[in-house]
Design a protein around this ligand. Structure first.
Ligand code: FDA
Length: 497
């Protein structure tokens, strides 16, 4: 076992972890950034780093022997297939009532997500993070996050004619004819590059259907934003394929952090320990919650408070498709990056992204991912029999989300004389109610932690990721996760170092 001492260790390299590592390093503090996924900097046999959505391979899934695609069926037929077990990029983590999709690798969820970079409406902020000063967030930290992430908006004039956004224009037309506002959604995709993809002057990425298993060109994941700035400080050591299993108080002060080094087939090749003065949990809502719940229950960190593991929500995610008339084709060329949504949050509790179905053929389907005001919250608990962490979410708890999404789509179907698709999530199954892309909570700000993410019970332990947010952000979450991390790390650097 190695013996090493660092001033700060960060667990996980998604949004929260990248913000923490960058700002600590800029303040002159050396950081060890530990990430259980791969670095994603080396091309595979096909010359590309990331696999295409339409042809998943070993790179696509985290330690599974069979794919588990969010859209499990196509034209009614199951499309999952066997793959070699590998430390791939997308984790479909199964709890009893829900599958939680998460990114794995240096860059976390930024590697696999749609890049939709949405700042919540100011009037909704009080219900998202009630203990946080909204004036500071909207004047300082949301702008800082948007700038750091490289957020931009599609050119509305180009959008009106681009072949690859035919599906979104159909979505806009149907929304507006039923009286719903259609709003453009900002994204971290390089919009200039998107226009060049449409013009066929550069290699295609969004227009080649890349999204769920990584994006080879135009998307500004953290690999193109925070991570190069982290590297430029020269103060951050990144350890990919290292998984944190334990954090305990060290005898001489600080914390002993246990790491397992993984091979790409997921076996443990070495066990190491590092001592850190301060430890930042940024393993994502699920990863941080699982670690904290386990460490409290097994006696490694018994003084964590009883709020640890509580307040988990799915951001109200629910998916559905609609079958359009023959005169409303959605296009065989679809950009995998959505750029618009239907806002019925105030009246119906739903914000629906007009999402692509990048199959390469005409499907006459309109596809939507709705974010809804689902009130249900779940809890993570330690299961001594299985030595693992359970989540008590139940599939039936999605019913409020379905009802809220129907506030939009029942009306559109009635107006257009159309019906729901029943062939995307199984046979005769309308609602994609078995999954979330947006896990939030489990170490809620002001409950498991103080108002800046300092974990109750221990000095020098922090949560700084989506686990802080109590279950819903009213829009896609990563801008809020980033902005909150920027706010908290600024305070922590000023007062705790
Ligand atoms: P995040 O999950 O990003 O990072 C945590 C990291 O910690 C991971 O890299 C993980 O491997 C690592 N880790 C976990 N446990 C560990 C351990 N024990 N040891 C070491 N490392 C560990 N959001 C949005 O705003 N707009 C969008 O368009 C989308 N679209 C979207 C699509 C898909 C398919 C997914 C899966 C998700 C999205 N999201 C999204 C959600 C968004 O990606 C998500 O909210 C953020 O990535 C969460 O950021 P965090 O910093 O909390 O953790």
């Amino acid at each position: 076992a190695d013996a090493a001492r660092v001033p700060a260790l960060v667990i996980g390299s998604g949004y929260g972890g990248s913000v923490a590592a960058l700002r600590l390093a800029e303040a002159g503090i050396d950081v060890h950034l530990v990430e259980m996924g791969m670095a994603w900097d080396t091309p595979g046999a096909d010359g590309k780093i990331f696999a295409n959505t339409t042809s998943p391979d070993q790179r696509s899934f985290w330690l599974r022997t069979r794919t588990k695609q969010p859209l499990s069926n196509f034209l009614g037929f199951p499309i999952d297939k066997d793959i070699p077990r590998y430390t791939g990029i997308l984790d479909a983590e199964e709890f009893s009532g829900i599958t939680v999709y998460q990114g794995r690798g240096v860059g976390g969820g930024s590697l696999v997500n749609g890049g939709m970079a949405v700042t919540p409406k100011r009037e909704n902020f009080g219900s998202i993070l009630p203990t946080v000063n909204a004036d500071e967030m909207y004047s300082t930290y949301y702008p800082r996050a948007n700038a750091g992430l490289g957020v931009g908006l599609v050119d509305p004039g180009w959008f009106d004619t681009a072949e690859c956004y035919q599906y979104a224009r159909v979505g806009r037309k149907h929304a507006q004819r039923s009286g719903f506002p259609f709003v453009f959604v900002p994204d971290v995709y390089d919009w200039r590059y998107m226009e060049q993809e449409q013009a066929n002057t550069v290699p295609r990425s969004a227009l080649a259907g890349e999204i769920l298993y990584g994006n080879n060109y135009g998307k500004k994941s953290l690999q193109k934003t925070y991570l190069p700035r982290i590297a430029a400080t020269g103060r951050v050591t990144i350890s990919p394929l290292h998984r944190v299993t334990s954090v305990t108080p060290a005898s001489g002060g600080g914390y002993t952090v246990m790491l397992e080094q993984l091979t790409t087939s997921g076996t443990v090749s070495a066990t190491k320990s590092v001592t850190a003065d301060k430890v930042f949990f940024a393993a994502g809502s699920v990863g941080t919650s699982k670690l904290l719940v386990k460490l409290k229950a097994t006696g490694a960190l018994p003084n964590l408070n009883g709020e640890v593991g509580k307040g988990w929500g799915d951001n109200g995610n629910v998916m559905c498709g609609r079958a359009n008339h023959i005169w409303d084709p959605t296009g065989s060329l679809q950009s995998s990056i959505p750029c618009g949504g239907i806002d019925n949050w105030a009246a119906g509790g739903a914000f629906a992204e007009v999402a692509p179905l990048p199959t390469g053929i005409e499907t006459w389907a309109s596809f939507y991912l709705s974010i809804t005001k689902n009130p249900n919250r779940a809890q993570f608990t330690w299961n001594p029999a299985t030595q693992s962490v359970d989540l008590n979410w139940q599939t039936a708890w999605k019913q409020p989300s379905i009802d809220m999404a129907k506030s939009i789509f029942d009306k559109i179907n009635a107006k257009e004389g159309t019906i729901y698709r029943t062939d995307l999530f199984g046979t005769y199954k309308i609602w994609g109610d078995h999954l979330t892309y947006h896990p939030l909570g489990g170490a809620v700000l002001g409950k498991a932690t103080d108002n800046y993410g300092r974990l109750a019970g221990y000095q020098g332990l922090y949560a700084i990721d989506g686990s802080l947010i109590p279950g819903n952000t009213s829009v896609n979450p990563f801008v809020t996760i980033t902005a909150l991390a920027e706010r908290n790390i600024e305070k922590i650097i000023a007062t705790d170092f």
